[in-house]
Design a protein around this ligand. Structure first.
Ligand code: DC
Length: 254
């Protein structure tokens, strides 16, 4: 898959200024991962890789080609053979990174409720995970990267320099999803969303392959009572102290 990831931030200079660190941000849907990860990457001048967007795009492709969940190898091959490109967010994308597959823009198409629901069982398919995890590891190999997902700290980057596990209560997450969907012009109901979130959490955290779990060495941050700015500030200070620690240990930035 020829995906390039969103190069967030102004320049590599900032990445050099801050030193390089692989940052893993995991957590359930609606905890605020994508917004926080993107903003953090922008501030640091790091690469931002939205791994959920990659699973959503594979789901969109599988639906387009009428593949069923029993066709795991075909779905994985389809994803492996498709050119998925992630580009930085702009005014057309409501703060989301822009996503293209084989030249077609799917930025908003992968955010519908239908794709959101299908992405959960599709992302549980082992052959697809093998393809996408490998790609994510290649993308992060520059070392100055922020990845968000479910298994970044446990599977994709077990040696990441900083691991964050973002959480929020199901109520808060359902309310955020409601706002997102309404902004996209989709009708949604709070109770239904809450039920769907609880079911998805259960599926994502009990599946056999790469379940959503907090890595032992991840720092848990609840976003319930914090604004986006406050979460970003908190993570930024964790990044800085992690970089200072590695500088004082090795005598040079990580
Ligand atoms: O973060 P998101 O809602 O965009 O993710 C879409 C789906 O992909 C969701 O069901 C969880 C799954 N996912 C995953 O299994 N592993 C990841 N690293 C990222 C997302």
């Amino acid at each position: 898959m020829g995906d390039k990831s969103a190069k967030s931030g102004e320049s590599q200079t900032e990445a050099t200024q801050f030193g390089a660190l692989q940052i893993a941000i995991d957590g359930p849907a609606g905890a605020g991962k994508s917004t926080v990860a993107r903003r953090l990457a922008e501030s640091l001048g790091y690469l931002y890789i939205d791994t959920g967007a990659m699973y959503r795009t594979a789901t969109w492709l599988a639906r387009k080609h009428n593949l069923s969940l029993s066709q795991a190898d075909e779905i994985a091959q389809l994803a492996a053979g498709s050119d998925i490109v992630l580009k930085p967010a702009d005014e057309t994308s409501e703060g989301r990174i822009r996503v293209f597959v084989n030249g077609e823009e799917v930025t908003m198409a992968i955010r519908t409720r239908e794709i959101t629901e299908w992405a959960s069982p599709v992302s549980a398919l082992a052959p697809l995970r093998t393809v996408l995890v490998k790609k994510q590891q290649q993308l992060a190999s520059s070392g100055a990267a922020v990845l968000d997902g479910r298994d970044i700290g446990t599977v994709v980057l077990p040696n990441a320099g900083l691991k964050i596990f973002l959480t929020a209560s199901p109520d808060v997450r359902a309310r955020r999803c409601l706002i997102d969907l309404e902004r996209q012009g989709e009708k949604a109901n709070f109770d239904e969303l809450l039920k769907a979130i609880n079911e998805r959490d259960h599926r994502d955290s009990t599946r056999d392959v790469s379940p959503l779990t907090k890595a032992d060495d991840a720092i848990e941050v609840s976003t319930d009572n914090l604004s986006i700015d406050q979460v970003v500030d908190k993570l930024m200070s964790l990044v800085k102290s992690r970089l200072q620690q590695s500088t004082s240990k090795s005598g040079s930035p990580a």
